[in-house]
Write a protein of this length. Structure first.
Length: 383
C-alpha cells in the first residue's frame, strides 16, 4: 500500500500559507533580551502557534474552533508575558475567522476576538501609559474588518465554484436529453419501417419460386421503403445540434483563460457557407488542439487563425510553448496519440487534412485544411 505524501499545507492553497510564515519573525525578535526558562518558554509558544497555524488549514468544524481558540490564547500569553507588540500576531487569527461559513460560528468567534483585542489594548494603555500605544489603534481596526473581507472573498469563490458545477450538470443534462430524444425519434421513425422491411423480405423469400413477378414487385417495394427510411435517418441527423466553430472558440477561450494562456483569434469565425457537419468536425479539431496546448505546451499565448479562400478553409492553432520537438515522450503523444488519430479520421470524412509542426520562433502549429466543395458520394448524396 502506497504511503500518503506528507504535506505541510494543502496543495490547493499553493504558496500562500508559506508567505504568512515570514511574519513569525517578529514575535521571535520580540523574545530577544530574555534568557533562561522564559526565553525557552517563548520559543515553545511560538512553535505551538506555528502548529495551530498549520492545523487551521487542515481541520474544520469543532476541531477548527478549538485550534483557533488555542491560537488566541497563545497571543494573549505572548502579549502579557513578553511584549505588547505581539498583539500584531492577531492578524493571523483575523484571517482564519473569515473562513467560517456558518454565520453563527462567525459571529461568535468575531465577538470573542473583539473582546480580546479590546481588553489587550486597554491593558496596554494602563500598563505602559504611553501615547505610542495609540499607534496600534488603526491596526486593531484592520484586524476587526479583515474577517468580513476574507469571508466575502471565500463566499464569492464558493458561489463561482457552485456556478461552474451547475453549468457542468446542465451540460450533462442537455446531452442526456438529446440522447433520449434521438433514441425516441429513432424508435418511432425506424421501428415500424424495419418491421415492414422484415415482413416483406420474408414474403419475397416465399414468393420467389411460386410467383416471381409478385416477388419482384415486393422487392421493389422493399427498396422504396429502405430509401424512405434512409431519408428519414438523414433528416433526423440533420436536426441534431452540431457545435459551430464560433461556439467552440468561446469554450476554448474559457479553457485557456483557466490555464492562464492568452488567446488571439483571427479571421471569420462564423464560416459562412460551411455546413453544420463540417463545422462540427472543425470544432472537434480545435478542441483537441487547445487541449494539447493546455496539457503539453507550457505556453502562455495561443492564436487561432481562420482563413477562407475560394477552394478551401484553413484553421491554424499555434502556441509559443516548448514546441513539439522538445516534448520528448509527449511529442509522440501529440503526433500519434488517439486525439490526433481521431482528428485525422474525422477530417478524412470531408476530404480534409492536418499537419503538426514546429512553429518558427518557438512553439507548435497545428494546421487543418478542408476543401469548400466536397465530392459527391457514390449514392449521389453530398458527403
Amino acid at each position: 500500500m502506497a504511503r500518503k505524501q506528507f504535506r505541510f499545507f494543502p496543495q490547493k492553497f499553493g504558496f500562500f500559507p508559506y508567505i504568512w510564515l515570514i511574519y513569525l519573525v517578529f514575535p521571535i525578535l520580540n523574545l530577544q533580551g530574555y534568557s533562561g526558562f522564559k526565553l525557552m518558554a517563548g520559543y515553545a509558544l511560538v512553535l505551538l502557534f506555528l502548529v495551530t497555524y498549520r492545523q487551521l488549514y487542515w481541520t474544520e468544524g469543532k476541531p477548527y474552533s478549538a485550534w483557533l481558540g488555542l491560537q488566541m490564547l497563545i497571543i494573549v500569553v505572548l502579549f502579557i508575558g513578553f511584549s505588547p507588540f505581539n498583539l500584531y500576531m492577531a492578524f493571523f487569527t483575523s484571517n482564519f475567522i473569515g473562513w467560517y461559513t456558518d454565520s453563527r460560528s462567525f459571529g461568535r468567534a468575531l465577538t470573542i476576538f473583539t473582546a480580546l483585542l479590546a481588553s489587550m489594548f486597554l491593558l496596554s494603555l494602563v500598563r505602559y501609559q504611553s501615547m505610542d500605544i495609540l499607534f496600534m489603534l488603526p491596526f486593531l481596526m484592520m484586524m476587526l474588518v479583515t474577517p468580513f473581507g476574507i469571508r466575502s472573498i471565500n463566499r464569492r469563490r464558493s458561489l463561482e465554484r457552485e456556478l461552474d458545477e451547475a453549468k457542468e450538470r446542465i451540460k450533462e443534462m442537455v446531452k442526456r436529453e438529446e440522447r433520449m430524444r434521438i433514441a425516441r425519434d429513432l424508435h418511432d421513425t425506424m421501428g415500424h419501417t424495419l418491421s415492414l422491411i422484415t415482413l416483406k423480405s420474408q414474403l419475397v423469400e416465399k414468393l420467389v419460386l411460386k410467383n416471381p413477378e409478385r416477388a419482384q414487385a415486393e422487392a421493389r417495394e422493399i427498396e422504396r421503403t429502405s430509401r424512405a427510411a434512409l431519408r428519414q435517418v438523414r433528416e433526423l441527423v440533420s436536426e441534431m445540434r452540431a457545435v459551430s466553430v464560433a461556439e467552440e472558440l468561446a469554450g476554448a477561450e474559457e479553457m485557456l483563460r483557466s490555464a492562464e494562456i492568452a488567446l488571439e483569434v483571427e479571421g471569420e469565425v462564423a464560416l459562412p457557407g460551411v455546413s453544420d457537419l463540417t463545422q462540427n468536425i472543425l470544432s472537434l479539431c480545435i478542441k483537441e488542439g487547445v487541449t494539447n496546448i493546455v496539457k503539453h505546451s507550457h505556453a502562455d499565448w495561443c492564436r487561432i487563425s481562420i482563413t477562407m479562400t475560394a477552394g478551401e478553409v484553413q484553421i491554424a492553432v499555434e502556441d509559443n510553448g516548448i514546441g513539439v520537438e522538445a516534448c520528448g515522450s509527449e511529442s509522440a503523444d501529440r503526433r500519434d496519440g488517439n486525439g490526433m488519430k481521431g482528428m485525422g479520421e474525422r477530417l478524412a470524412l470531408i476530404d480534409g487534412s492536418l499537419t503538426l509542426a514546429q512553429r518558427p520562433g518557438g512553439g507548435t502549429r497545428l494546421t487543418v485544411v478542408i476543401p469548400r466543395v466536397v465530392k459527391d458520394g457514390k449514392d449521389g448524396e453530398t458527403a
